[in-house]
Design a binder for this molecule. Structure first.
Ligand code: RIB
Ligand code: CA
Length: 311
């Protein structure tokens, strides 16, 4: 029985790889893809989500536009990482599949109300604006969420957009606070784990060697995407953040972490968006998130390459 998921995303090259992985994997059933403003503005993340679904040969997937800005703050984007289009690297054709008319937040609410309770997993890959807005607009749906598996936050790896905060949480810290206080099971893929999933040259070549259009696209996206991180971290490749969320749904044993308390800084300008993880259990705050810290990187890339090869 495939696991029903909603992908909430701000494509972004790594989001794109995550969407391809989900669409190539029979273990998950993508009920819909909801775009959010993040890496680039909403009109581009909505366009990019459709480009990726068509690349996967899935123009039937329902793609929705969600919120175009965070709950409280001005939108902060990341063109410096993802390029002007958000999918820089290869030249991509404009999508021909439509955007659904329904607002993405209403799709999330309606789907949670119509699917059996506890049968839908939310997979946010960008700022948490859509998820938080759905929870605020329809509090009855919160209890119906099976699990929230998200990419965001950092503890030992500290920040990538400020010294204290990871981008997805930094863009909309109030939304993150709502999600982390929702009481639902949360599994977090922070920079602590995604920085161990690096697109080294052999791994990028393995995508190219698939000899397929999706394989070539993934290789060219990672070639583009990694220049920022290699320069910044001097690492042997870019961290492939968002596909960790989908890989966890397929092979959870690839990941390990700790169930800890995580709270979000929303008051301080200096540390806005910091995920304050009580990793050493120095407080009596109740654990509310499975905070991942390690990944079998070889196993992750073997899974990713094999699945992308199916498209
Ligand atoms: O900080 C990494 C996260 O920010 C990833 O989800 C990337 O796509 C960007 O949204
Ligand atoms: Ca993302």
């Amino acid at each position: 029985m495939p696991r029903k998921i909603i992908i909430d995303t701000d494509p972004g090259q790594d989001d794109a790889v995550a969407i391809l992985l989900a669409l190539a994997s029979p273990e998950v059933e993508v009920l819909g893809v909801v775009a959010v403003a993040g890496n680039v503005p909403l009109d581009l993340t909505t366009k990019n989500a459709r480009i990726v679904c068509e690349l996967a040969g899935r123009p039937d997937i329902k793609v929705f536009a969600g919120c175009d800005r965070p709950l409280r703050h001005e939108l902060v984007t990341a063109e410096h990482v993802h390029g002007k289009t958000g999918l820089d690297g290869p030249v991509m054709p404009d999508p021909s599949m439509p955007v659904e008319h329904q607002h993405g937040v209403d799709f999330i609410i309606e789907t949670l109300r119509s699917e059996p309770p506890g049968s839908v997993t939310l997979c946010p890959l960008g700022p948490l604006t859509n998820i938080a807005t759905a929870f605020e607009k329809a509090p009855d749906v919160v209890a119906r969420v099976q699990e929230i598996v998200l990419m965001g936050g950092a503890y030992f790896q500290v920040g990538n957009i400020t010294p204290a905060a990871e981008f997805n949480i930094y863009v909309d810290p109030e939304a993150a606070e709502i999600v982390f206080k929702s009481g639902r099971p949360i599994t977090v893929m922070p920079l602590d784990v995604t920085h161990k999933a690096l697109t080294t040259a052999p791994r990028v070549e393995a995508f190219r060697a698939l000899g397929t259009e999706p394989g070539r696209m993934v290789a060219e996206w990672t070639d583009f995407f990694e220049r920022f991180d290699k320069e910044k971290y001097g690492s042997a490749g870019a961290p492939l953040h968002d596909p960790c969320v989908i890989a966890y749904l397929i092979r959870p044993e690839l990941f390990s972490g700790r169930h800890v308390n995580v709270e979000i800084e929303t008051q301080s300008e200096l540390t806005r968006g910091m995920t304050v993880a009580d990793w050493w259990h120095v407080t009596d705050r109740a654990p509310n998130a499975m905070f991942m810290g390690d990944v079998d990187a070889e196993g992750f890339f073997d899974l990713l390459t094999e699945r992308i090869g199916r498209l």
